[in-house]
Design a protein around this ligand. Sequence first.
Ligand code: UDP
Length: 465
Amino acid sequence: MEKPHIAIFPLSVGMGHLLPLAEFVKRLCEFHGFSITLIISKWMWTSQQPPLLQRLASSALDIRITEIPHITVDEDEPDMKIETKVSKFVLKAKPHIEEVLLQLSHSSSPISAFITDFFCTDLLDVTTKLKMASYLFVPSSASFVCFMFHLPKLVSEINVSFKDADFEVEIPGHPLIPARDLLTPVQDRSTSAFKWMVHHASRFKEASGILINTFAELEEEAMKTLSTPATPSIYPIGPLMCTETDAPDESSCLKWLDEQPPSSVLFVAFGSGAIFSREQIIDLAIGLEASSHRFLWVLRGYKSGDSSSLETDISQLLPEGFQSRTMDRGLVVLNWAPQVRILSHLSTGGFLSHCGWNSTLESVSHGVPMIGWPLFAEQRMNKVILVRQIQVAIDLKMESTGFVRREEVERAVRELMEGEEGSKARKKMKELKDKAKLAMMEEGSTMKATADAATDLSQRPSLNP
Ligand code: UDP
Protein backbone atom coordinates (compact mmCIF):
# COMPACT_ATOMS: atom_id res chain seq x y z
CA MET A 1 0.00 0.00 0.00
CA GLU A 2 1.20 3.50 -0.81
CA LYS A 3 2.38 5.69 2.04
CA PRO A 4 0.00 8.51 2.94
CA HIS A 5 1.58 11.81 1.89
CA ILE A 6 0.46 15.18 3.30
CA ALA A 7 1.76 18.75 3.23
CA ILE A 8 2.05 20.99 6.28
CA PHE A 9 2.64 24.72 6.50
CA PRO A 10 3.52 25.49 10.14
CA LEU A 11 3.59 28.91 11.69
CA SER A 12 7.21 29.20 12.68
CA VAL A 13 6.96 32.51 14.49
CA GLY A 14 8.15 31.75 18.04
CA MET A 15 8.30 28.18 19.25
CA GLY A 16 4.86 27.74 20.84
CA HIS A 17 3.20 26.83 17.53
CA LEU A 18 6.11 24.98 15.94
CA LEU A 19 7.20 22.63 18.74
CA PRO A 20 3.88 20.76 19.19
CA LEU A 21 3.26 20.55 15.44
CA ALA A 22 6.74 19.09 14.97
CA GLU A 23 5.84 16.47 17.56
CA PHE A 24 2.62 15.62 15.73
CA VAL A 25 4.60 15.28 12.49
CA LYS A 26 6.85 12.76 14.22
CA ARG A 27 3.89 10.76 15.52
CA LEU A 28 2.25 10.59 12.08
CA CYS A 29 5.50 9.32 10.57
CA GLU A 30 6.50 6.96 13.37
CA PHE A 31 3.15 5.39 14.22
CA HIS A 32 1.16 5.78 11.00
CA GLY A 33 3.82 5.55 8.28
CA PHE A 34 3.25 9.03 6.83
CA SER A 35 5.40 10.83 4.35
CA ILE A 36 5.34 14.57 5.06
CA THR A 37 6.34 17.65 3.11
CA LEU A 38 6.91 20.62 5.41
CA ILE A 39 6.53 23.92 3.61
CA ILE A 40 8.42 26.60 5.45
CA SER A 41 9.21 30.30 5.33
CA LYS A 42 12.08 31.85 7.24
CA TRP A 43 10.08 35.00 7.96
CA MET A 44 10.65 36.11 11.58
CA TRP A 45 12.96 33.23 12.44
CA THR A 46 15.05 33.34 15.56
CA SER A 47 17.97 31.10 16.46
CA GLN A 48 15.52 28.50 17.85
CA GLN A 49 13.76 27.32 14.66
CA PRO A 50 16.69 26.05 12.52
CA PRO A 51 17.96 23.32 14.91
CA LEU A 52 14.44 21.93 15.33
CA LEU A 53 13.80 21.73 11.58
CA GLN A 54 17.28 20.42 11.00
CA ARG A 55 16.59 17.60 13.45
CA LEU A 56 13.34 16.71 11.67
CA ALA A 57 14.95 16.81 8.22
CA SER A 58 17.90 14.68 9.23
CA SER A 59 15.86 12.11 11.19
CA ALA A 60 15.15 8.70 9.73
CA LEU A 61 11.53 9.77 9.26
CA ASP A 62 10.08 10.45 5.81
CA ILE A 63 10.07 14.25 6.08
CA ARG A 64 11.07 16.70 3.38
CA ILE A 65 11.38 20.44 3.74
CA THR A 66 10.46 22.88 0.98
CA GLU A 67 11.10 26.56 1.45
CA ILE A 68 8.97 29.25 -0.17
CA PRO A 69 10.59 32.49 -1.42
CA HIS A 70 11.43 35.14 1.13
CA ILE A 71 8.52 37.36 2.15
CA THR A 72 8.56 40.80 3.73
CA VAL A 73 5.63 42.37 5.52
CA ASP A 74 5.29 46.16 5.42
CA GLU A 75 4.57 47.71 8.79
CA ASP A 76 2.10 50.16 7.35
CA GLU A 77 0.35 51.00 10.60
CA PRO A 78 1.80 52.23 13.89
CA ASP A 79 2.47 49.61 16.56
CA MET A 80 1.40 46.74 14.31
CA LYS A 81 0.57 43.66 16.38
CA ILE A 82 1.89 40.19 15.65
CA GLU A 83 -1.58 38.87 14.73
CA THR A 84 -1.83 41.49 11.96
CA LYS A 85 1.71 40.85 10.78
CA VAL A 86 1.13 37.10 10.60
CA SER A 87 -2.19 37.51 8.78
CA LYS A 88 -0.60 39.83 6.20
CA PHE A 89 2.31 37.45 5.84
CA VAL A 90 -0.11 34.61 5.07
CA LEU A 91 -1.81 36.65 2.33
CA LYS A 92 1.59 37.16 0.72
CA ALA A 93 2.50 33.49 1.17
CA LYS A 94 -0.73 32.30 -0.47
CA PRO A 95 0.40 32.15 -4.13
CA HIS A 96 3.62 30.38 -3.11
CA ILE A 97 1.75 27.80 -1.06
CA GLU A 98 -0.65 27.26 -3.96
CA GLU A 99 2.25 26.62 -6.28
CA VAL A 100 3.81 24.05 -3.95
CA LEU A 101 0.49 22.30 -3.29
CA LEU A 102 -0.23 22.12 -6.98
CA GLN A 103 3.16 20.58 -7.65
CA LEU A 104 2.69 18.10 -4.82
CA SER A 105 -0.75 17.07 -5.96
CA HIS A 106 0.60 16.32 -9.43
CA SER A 107 3.66 14.48 -8.12
CA SER A 108 4.18 10.73 -8.29
CA SER A 109 3.00 10.58 -4.67
CA PRO A 110 0.11 13.06 -4.58
CA ILE A 111 -0.82 14.59 -1.23
CA SER A 112 -4.13 13.69 0.37
CA ALA A 113 -4.45 16.63 2.77
CA PHE A 114 -2.97 19.89 3.98
CA ILE A 115 -2.45 21.02 7.59
CA THR A 116 -1.76 24.58 8.61
CA ASP A 117 -1.81 26.77 11.70
CA PHE A 118 -5.05 28.39 12.80
CA PHE A 119 -3.63 31.83 12.00
CA CYS A 120 -3.45 30.79 8.34
CA THR A 121 -7.19 30.41 7.62
CA ASP A 122 -6.74 32.36 4.39
CA LEU A 123 -4.93 29.36 2.97
CA LEU A 124 -8.33 27.64 3.02
CA ASP A 125 -8.99 29.61 -0.20
CA VAL A 126 -6.14 27.69 -1.79
CA THR A 127 -7.28 24.26 -0.64
CA THR A 128 -10.88 25.00 -1.62
CA LYS A 129 -9.67 25.99 -5.07
CA LEU A 130 -7.58 22.81 -5.33
CA LYS A 131 -10.44 20.75 -3.82
CA MET A 132 -8.09 19.49 -1.15
CA ALA A 133 -8.92 18.50 2.45
CA SER A 134 -7.49 21.06 4.88
CA TYR A 135 -6.96 20.85 8.61
CA LEU A 136 -6.24 23.58 11.14
CA PHE A 137 -3.71 22.92 13.87
CA VAL A 138 -4.46 24.66 17.17
CA PRO A 139 -1.58 24.64 19.69
CA SER A 140 -4.02 25.77 22.36
CA SER A 141 -6.93 24.40 24.34
CA ALA A 142 -10.26 22.97 23.22
CA SER A 143 -11.82 25.75 25.32
CA PHE A 144 -9.98 28.23 23.10
CA VAL A 145 -11.48 26.56 20.04
CA CYS A 146 -14.93 26.92 21.68
CA PHE A 147 -14.14 30.61 22.12
CA MET A 148 -13.12 31.00 18.46
CA PHE A 149 -16.33 29.37 17.25
CA HIS A 150 -18.34 31.70 19.48
CA LEU A 151 -16.36 34.90 18.85
CA PRO A 152 -18.29 36.22 15.81
CA LYS A 153 -21.56 35.91 17.80
CA LEU A 154 -19.98 37.44 20.91
CA VAL A 155 -18.80 40.55 19.07
CA SER A 156 -22.21 40.98 17.49
CA GLU A 157 -23.89 40.84 20.90
CA ILE A 158 -21.48 43.00 22.90
CA ASN A 159 -20.77 46.31 21.27
CA VAL A 160 -18.07 47.68 23.54
CA SER A 161 -14.42 46.69 23.51
CA PHE A 162 -13.80 43.81 25.90
CA LYS A 163 -11.13 45.92 27.59
CA ASP A 164 -13.88 48.37 28.64
CA ALA A 165 -16.35 45.67 29.72
CA ASP A 166 -16.62 45.20 33.45
CA PHE A 167 -18.42 41.85 33.33
CA GLU A 168 -17.94 38.16 32.76
CA VAL A 169 -18.96 36.47 29.55
CA GLU A 170 -20.54 33.11 28.91
CA ILE A 171 -19.02 31.03 26.15
CA PRO A 172 -20.38 27.54 25.52
CA GLY A 173 -17.75 24.99 26.57
CA HIS A 174 -15.56 27.59 28.30
CA PRO A 175 -15.56 28.47 32.01
CA LEU A 176 -17.18 31.83 32.82
CA ILE A 177 -14.54 34.46 32.11
CA PRO A 178 -14.07 38.20 32.72
CA ALA A 179 -14.22 39.97 29.32
CA ARG A 180 -10.85 41.55 30.09
CA ASP A 181 -9.28 38.10 30.33
CA LEU A 182 -10.20 37.18 26.76
CA LEU A 183 -7.50 36.87 24.10
CA THR A 184 -5.32 40.05 23.98
CA PRO A 185 -5.78 40.91 20.28
CA VAL A 186 -9.58 40.95 20.61
CA GLN A 187 -9.54 43.36 23.56
CA ASP A 188 -9.74 46.55 21.50
CA ARG A 189 -12.30 46.65 18.68
CA SER A 190 -10.59 49.55 16.94
CA THR A 191 -7.44 47.57 16.11
CA SER A 192 -6.63 45.60 12.99
CA ALA A 193 -5.56 42.67 15.21
CA PHE A 194 -9.17 42.48 16.49
CA LYS A 195 -10.53 42.37 12.94
CA TRP A 196 -8.06 39.69 11.91
CA MET A 197 -8.90 37.45 14.87
CA VAL A 198 -12.65 37.73 14.20
CA HIS A 199 -11.90 36.98 10.54
CA HIS A 200 -9.94 33.81 11.40
CA ALA A 201 -12.60 32.76 13.93
CA SER A 202 -15.35 33.08 11.32
CA ARG A 203 -13.40 30.77 8.97
CA PHE A 204 -12.78 27.91 11.45
CA LYS A 205 -15.95 26.15 10.29
CA GLU A 206 -14.58 25.85 6.73
CA ALA A 207 -11.81 23.46 7.75
CA SER A 208 -12.20 19.72 7.16
CA GLY A 209 -11.00 19.14 10.71
CA ILE A 210 -9.33 20.77 13.69
CA LEU A 211 -6.35 19.19 15.42
CA ILE A 212 -6.07 20.41 19.01
CA ASN A 213 -3.15 20.01 21.37
CA THR A 214 -5.18 18.80 24.31
CA PHE A 215 -6.51 15.52 25.67
CA ALA A 216 -10.18 14.72 26.04
CA GLU A 217 -10.11 14.07 29.81
CA LEU A 218 -8.57 17.48 30.51
CA GLU A 219 -11.38 19.42 28.85
CA GLU A 220 -14.52 17.35 28.99
CA GLU A 221 -16.94 20.30 28.78
CA ALA A 222 -15.21 21.86 25.82
CA MET A 223 -14.97 18.55 23.99
CA LYS A 224 -18.68 17.93 24.55
CA THR A 225 -19.50 21.38 23.15
CA LEU A 226 -17.33 20.81 20.11
CA SER A 227 -18.77 17.42 19.23
CA THR A 228 -21.75 18.71 17.29
CA PRO A 229 -22.39 18.06 13.62
CA ALA A 230 -22.14 21.83 13.03
CA THR A 231 -18.41 21.88 13.77
CA PRO A 232 -15.69 20.22 11.68
CA SER A 233 -14.18 16.97 12.97
CA ILE A 234 -12.25 17.61 16.18
CA TYR A 235 -9.15 15.65 17.13
CA PRO A 236 -7.76 16.06 20.68
CA ILE A 237 -4.24 14.83 19.89
CA GLY A 238 -2.26 16.14 22.87
CA PRO A 239 -0.27 16.46 24.95
CA LEU A 240 2.30 17.00 22.20
CA MET A 241 5.61 17.61 23.89
CA CYS A 242 9.10 17.90 22.56
CA THR A 243 11.68 16.28 24.80
CA GLU A 244 14.68 16.89 22.56
CA THR A 245 16.10 20.32 23.21
CA ASP A 246 18.81 22.62 22.10
CA ALA A 247 19.18 24.43 25.39
CA PRO A 248 22.76 25.62 25.83
CA ASP A 249 22.68 25.22 29.61
CA GLU A 250 21.01 21.84 29.55
CA SER A 251 23.50 19.82 31.53
CA SER A 252 24.20 22.50 34.15
CA CYS A 253 20.46 22.92 34.87
CA LEU A 254 19.88 19.20 35.25
CA LYS A 255 23.02 18.70 37.31
CA TRP A 256 21.96 21.48 39.63
CA LEU A 257 18.48 19.96 39.96
CA ASP A 258 20.04 16.57 40.79
CA GLU A 259 21.54 18.17 43.89
CA GLN A 260 18.24 19.58 45.25
CA PRO A 261 15.76 17.78 47.52
CA PRO A 262 12.62 16.20 45.95
CA SER A 263 9.81 18.61 44.96
CA SER A 264 11.69 21.56 46.46
CA VAL A 265 12.39 23.73 43.41
CA LEU A 266 10.12 26.33 41.85
CA PHE A 267 10.71 26.53 38.09
CA VAL A 268 10.23 30.07 36.78
CA ALA A 269 9.85 30.55 33.02
CA PHE A 270 7.69 32.64 30.73
CA GLY A 271 7.82 30.90 27.35
CA SER A 272 9.60 31.88 24.19
CA GLY A 273 8.46 35.45 23.68
CA ALA A 274 8.04 37.29 26.97
CA ILE A 275 10.27 40.22 27.82
CA PHE A 276 9.96 41.93 31.19
CA SER A 277 10.82 45.49 32.17
CA ARG A 278 13.82 45.99 34.43
CA GLU A 279 11.44 47.00 37.26
CA GLN A 280 9.50 43.74 36.91
CA ILE A 281 12.68 41.66 36.92
CA ILE A 282 13.75 43.37 40.15
CA ASP A 283 10.42 42.76 41.91
CA LEU A 284 10.29 39.16 40.74
CA ALA A 285 13.84 38.59 42.00
CA ILE A 286 13.18 40.15 45.38
CA GLY A 287 9.91 38.24 45.78
CA LEU A 288 11.63 34.95 44.97
CA GLU A 289 14.41 35.71 47.41
CA ALA A 290 11.94 36.65 50.18
CA SER A 291 9.99 33.41 49.73
CA SER A 292 13.07 31.46 50.90
CA HIS A 293 12.25 28.69 48.43
CA ARG A 294 14.60 27.12 45.90
CA PHE A 295 14.17 28.30 42.32
CA LEU A 296 15.41 27.75 38.78
CA TRP A 297 14.67 30.88 36.78
CA VAL A 298 14.92 31.28 33.01
CA LEU A 299 15.62 34.96 32.63
CA ARG A 300 15.37 36.78 29.35
CA GLY A 301 17.04 40.15 28.86
CA TYR A 302 15.15 43.41 28.92
CA LYS A 303 15.10 46.26 26.43
CA SER A 304 16.88 49.34 27.71
CA GLY A 305 15.74 52.68 26.33
CA ASP A 306 15.28 52.77 22.57
CA SER A 307 17.74 49.98 21.94
CA SER A 308 16.37 47.13 19.85
CA SER A 309 18.77 44.62 21.38
CA LEU A 310 18.33 43.01 24.77
CA GLU A 311 20.46 43.59 27.80
CA THR A 312 21.73 40.10 28.48
CA ASP A 313 24.36 40.48 31.17
CA ILE A 314 22.78 38.60 34.10
CA SER A 315 24.64 40.66 36.69
CA GLN A 316 23.24 43.84 35.11
CA LEU A 317 19.73 42.43 35.06
CA LEU A 318 19.39 41.28 38.64
CA PRO A 319 19.32 43.33 41.86
CA GLU A 320 22.74 43.97 43.32
CA GLY A 321 24.05 41.03 45.35
CA PHE A 322 21.05 38.83 44.42
CA GLN A 323 23.08 35.99 42.99
CA SER A 324 25.50 35.78 45.89
CA ARG A 325 22.67 35.92 48.46
CA THR A 326 20.72 33.13 46.73
CA MET A 327 23.57 31.00 45.38
CA ASP A 328 22.83 28.11 47.77
CA ARG A 329 19.23 27.77 46.58
CA GLY A 330 18.75 29.47 43.25
CA LEU A 331 19.94 29.11 39.68
CA VAL A 332 19.37 31.76 37.02
CA VAL A 333 19.71 30.69 33.39
CA LEU A 334 19.79 33.11 30.51
CA ASN A 335 17.17 32.85 27.72
CA TRP A 336 16.38 29.16 27.30
CA ALA A 337 16.36 26.02 29.43
CA PRO A 338 15.29 22.40 28.79
CA GLN A 339 11.80 23.00 30.16
CA VAL A 340 10.27 19.56 29.64
CA ARG A 341 13.25 17.88 31.32
CA ILE A 342 13.09 20.34 34.19
CA LEU A 343 9.38 19.73 34.70
CA SER A 344 9.94 15.98 34.65
CA HIS A 345 12.73 16.20 37.24
CA LEU A 346 11.91 14.90 40.72
CA SER A 347 13.31 18.02 42.39
CA THR A 348 10.82 20.30 40.64
CA GLY A 349 7.84 21.06 42.90
CA GLY A 350 6.15 24.05 41.27
CA PHE A 351 6.04 26.16 38.13
CA LEU A 352 5.66 29.93 38.01
CA SER A 353 4.49 30.26 34.42
CA HIS A 354 3.03 32.65 31.87
CA CYS A 355 0.39 29.95 31.21
CA GLY A 356 1.33 29.42 27.58
CA TRP A 357 -0.64 26.36 26.51
CA ASN A 358 2.44 24.22 25.84
CA SER A 359 3.85 25.09 29.23
CA THR A 360 0.48 24.30 30.77
CA LEU A 361 0.31 20.85 29.15
CA GLU A 362 3.91 20.13 30.05
CA SER A 363 3.19 20.95 33.68
CA VAL A 364 -0.01 18.89 33.69
CA SER A 365 1.78 15.92 32.11
CA HIS A 366 4.37 15.96 34.88
CA GLY A 367 1.99 16.72 37.74
CA VAL A 368 3.62 20.05 38.64
CA PRO A 369 1.22 22.62 40.21
CA MET A 370 1.47 26.17 38.93
CA ILE A 371 1.30 29.87 39.70
CA GLY A 372 -0.41 31.70 36.85
CA TRP A 373 1.27 34.87 35.62
CA PRO A 374 -0.32 35.41 32.19
CA LEU A 375 1.17 38.04 29.89
CA PHE A 376 -0.49 38.12 26.47
CA ALA A 377 -2.25 36.14 23.71
CA GLU A 378 -4.71 33.60 25.22
CA GLN A 379 -2.68 33.18 28.42
CA ARG A 380 -5.30 34.85 30.65
CA MET A 381 -7.88 32.43 29.27
CA ASN A 382 -5.55 29.54 30.09
CA LYS A 383 -5.12 30.91 33.60
CA VAL A 384 -8.89 30.97 34.08
CA ILE A 385 -9.02 27.29 33.06
CA LEU A 386 -6.15 26.45 35.41
CA VAL A 387 -7.41 28.40 38.41
CA ARG A 388 -11.20 28.20 38.11
CA GLN A 389 -11.93 25.04 36.18
CA ILE A 390 -9.27 22.46 36.88
CA GLN A 391 -7.93 24.15 40.02
CA VAL A 392 -4.29 23.32 39.62
CA ALA A 393 -2.83 26.82 39.83
CA ILE A 394 -2.53 29.66 42.32
CA ASP A 395 -3.82 33.00 41.10
CA LEU A 396 -1.49 35.97 41.16
CA LYS A 397 -2.79 39.47 41.79
CA MET A 398 -1.67 41.94 39.19
CA GLU A 399 -1.95 45.70 39.06
CA SER A 400 -4.01 47.15 36.19
CA THR A 401 -0.77 47.63 34.24
CA GLY A 402 0.03 43.92 34.64
CA PHE A 403 2.81 44.64 37.13
CA VAL A 404 3.23 42.08 39.91
CA ARG A 405 4.67 43.39 43.15
CA ARG A 406 7.41 41.63 45.10
CA GLU A 407 5.10 40.97 48.10
CA GLU A 408 2.63 39.19 45.82
CA VAL A 409 5.37 37.06 44.29
CA GLU A 410 6.47 36.02 47.77
CA ARG A 411 2.90 35.26 48.88
CA ALA A 412 2.08 33.16 45.81
CA VAL A 413 5.34 31.19 45.97
CA ARG A 414 4.82 30.40 49.65
CA GLU A 415 1.20 29.43 49.02
CA LEU A 416 2.16 27.08 46.20
CA MET A 417 5.16 25.48 47.87
CA GLU A 418 3.93 25.23 51.47
CA GLY A 419 0.26 26.39 51.70
CA GLU A 420 -3.03 24.51 51.72
CA GLU A 421 -4.10 25.80 48.30
CA GLY A 422 -0.78 24.61 46.91
CA SER A 423 -1.22 21.16 48.34
CA LYS A 424 -4.75 20.90 46.86
CA ALA A 425 -3.39 22.00 43.47
CA ARG A 426 -0.59 19.43 43.75
CA LYS A 427 -3.10 16.65 44.44
CA LYS A 428 -5.28 17.63 41.47
CA MET A 429 -2.23 17.85 39.22
CA LYS A 430 -1.25 14.31 40.19
CA GLU A 431 -4.70 13.09 39.13
CA LEU A 432 -4.42 14.90 35.81
CA LYS A 433 -0.93 13.55 35.24
CA ASP A 434 -2.34 10.03 35.55
CA LYS A 435 -5.15 10.87 33.12
CA ALA A 436 -2.67 12.31 30.63
CA LYS A 437 -0.65 9.11 30.87
CA LEU A 438 -3.72 6.97 30.23
CA ALA A 439 -4.69 9.15 27.25
CA MET A 440 -1.30 8.41 25.70
CA MET A 441 -1.57 4.64 26.11
CA GLU A 442 -2.46 2.38 23.22
CA GLU A 443 -6.20 2.42 23.85
CA GLY A 444 -6.17 5.95 25.29
CA SER A 445 -8.20 8.88 23.97
CA THR A 446 -5.22 10.70 22.43
CA MET A 447 -3.89 7.68 20.60
CA LYS A 448 -7.37 6.97 19.31
CA ALA A 449 -7.85 10.59 18.16
CA THR A 450 -4.44 10.47 16.47
CA ALA A 451 -5.35 7.24 14.68
CA ASP A 452 -8.67 8.79 13.57
CA ALA A 453 -6.82 11.87 12.31
CA ALA A 454 -4.32 9.66 10.47
CA THR A 455 -7.13 7.75 8.79
CA ASP A 456 -8.95 10.92 7.73
CA LEU A 457 -5.77 12.67 6.60
CA SER A 458 -4.80 9.75 4.42
CA GLN A 459 -8.19 8.81 3.05
CA ARG A 460 -9.42 12.08 1.68
CA PRO A 461 -8.19 12.04 -1.88
CA SER A 462 -7.07 15.29 -3.41
CA LEU A 463 -9.25 16.02 -6.40
CA ASN A 464 -6.90 17.89 -8.64
CA PRO A 465 -8.31 20.60 -10.85
N1 UDP B 1 10.54 26.39 26.23
C1 UDP B 1 11.71 25.74 26.55
N2 UDP B 1 12.65 26.44 27.26
C2 UDP B 1 12.48 27.72 27.66
C3 UDP B 1 11.25 28.37 27.35
C4 UDP B 1 10.30 27.67 26.64
O1 UDP B 1 11.92 24.57 26.22
O2 UDP B 1 13.36 28.27 28.30
C5 UDP B 1 9.52 25.66 25.46
C6 UDP B 1 8.44 25.14 26.38
O3 UDP B 1 8.78 23.86 26.87
C7 UDP B 1 7.22 25.14 25.48
C8 UDP B 1 7.47 26.27 24.50
O4 UDP B 1 8.85 26.53 24.54
O5 UDP B 1 7.13 23.92 24.78
C9 UDP B 1 6.73 27.54 24.87
O6 UDP B 1 5.41 27.40 24.50
P1 UDP B 1 4.22 28.07 25.32
O7 UDP B 1 2.96 27.76 24.58
O8 UDP B 1 4.24 27.66 26.73
O9 UDP B 1 4.54 29.61 25.30
P2 UDP B 1 4.93 30.65 24.13
O10 UDP B 1 6.37 30.54 23.91
O11 UDP B 1 4.11 30.28 22.92
O12 UDP B 1 4.54 31.96 24.73
